[in-house]
Ligand binder design. Structure first.
Ligand code: ZN
Length: 344
């Protein structure tokens, strides 16, 4: 239950399968400690998905005992590609394949539906904002950070002085599509991998589940003769299994993850000369794995991030934990920030 007479903001995380919701007090306290999920129904088109988000909104208020009048704003995040203000790309995507999504003003539609100010961020940026707050707490507004989140692709975000850097067209923080040097990452005779975005040799072409499936596993598996993963016919299934082998210390899996850590380290090296952030965060499946494995991975990322001596002394490297809740919580933090901005 919220403190009496207190206002709150709501955070809604819109995923390919489910929505998750949370409630945040101005003090920074979340009223929900677990996932509160409902089907997102995004594949059924825009109108159905907006309705599903509104249901998530109602459900989280009921669950936390918050009156609708107490809600000042809602924050919401979704996968991209979308503009900085939440208009879905005309190109469509896996989640937004239904024709009704093309150029759909997702944020505007939800704002109309809820009758409240709605603040939009893409899921990578929302998670980055959450990671930033977990690390810095009340000092967030004076700090900067970069988050790399490994999933099907590589997402994340850039936070400067506590704010998400969105950029002119909403493409800031598209860290997967930054070119990195491939020297020492590619094996002998291995072609430079192409990313879905069309680039060759960007971060996502190495550090993503897609890269394991299309590039890393096909190259490395034959070099580990008789490996159990070779018995799995479906390469997509085999790619997904690599992480559990990594946890067990399997040399092939560790090789693959070391290459991913190198790619992320090289991205962070670029960031260190670009905006020189206080903190470098790594999230995704690896960050949720067994402690020995995730600490090993983080150490490899750090090892491959070439910082100046002064930066070495002050830089923080950390894993983004509880990523499942990061979207809703980051979305809520962004909504809180916008309310504070209006009040100032
Ligand atoms: Zn790319």
């Amino acid at each position: 239950m919220p403190t009496r007479g207190q206002w709150v903001v709501v955070g809604l995380d819109n995923g390919g399968n489910t929505n998750n919701a949370t409630v945040l007090e101005p003090s920074g306290r979340f009223l929900v400690d677990s996932m509160v999920e409902r089907p997102s129904r995004v594949l059924e088109g825009a109108a159905v998905a907006v309705e599903a988000l509104a249901q998530s909104f109602d459900e989280i208020l009921e669950r936390t005992g918050v009156a609708r009048e107490s809600v000042r704003a809602a924050g919401f995040d979704s996968p991209g590609p979308a503009s900085a203000d939440g208009v879905i790309s005309s190109r469509g995507s896996t989640n937004f394949a239904h024709p009704s999504w093309r150029n759909f003003d997702y944020r505007g539609a939800l704002e109309k539906k809820l009758g409240l100010p709605v603040v939009y961020n893409n899921d990578g940026n929302a998670a980055a904002l959450y990671a930033h707050h977990v690390c810095f707490g009340p000092a967030s507004v004076t700090r900067s950070s970069i988050s790399a989140i490994v999933g099907t692709g590589l997402g994340g975000g850039v936070i400067e002085a506590g704010h998400i850097v969105k950029g002119g067209a909403g493409f800031a923080g598209e860290l997967g599509h930054v070119h990195i040097p491939m020297e020492g990452i590619l094996g002998e005779g291995q072609p430079v991998p192409r990313c879905n975005c069309g680039f060759v040799g960007d971060v996502e072409s190495i550090a993503s589940l897609t890269a394991i499936e299309t590039n890393l596993l096909p190259y490395w598996l034959p070099r580990f003769e008789g490996h159990e993963l070779g018995k799995i016919d479906d390469i997509a299934q085999a790619a997904k299994a690599v992480r559990s082998y990594g946890e067990k210390g399997d040399p092939l899996a560790r090789k693959i993850f070391e290459l991913q850590a190198m790619a992320i380290g090289r991205l962070f090296t670029i960031a260190s000369r670009f905006t020189d952030p206080d903190a470098y965060f790594v999230g995704g499946g690896v960050a949720e794995s067994l402690p020995e494995f995730r600490e090993w991975f983080l150490a490899k990322v750090r090892e491959n991030t070439a910082l100046e001596e002064e930066q070495e002394e002050t830089a923080t490297f950390a894993l983004v934990e509880h990523l499942d809740m990061a979207g809703a919580r980051g979305a809520a933090l962004a909504a809180l920030e916008s309310v504070h901005g209006e009040m100032a």
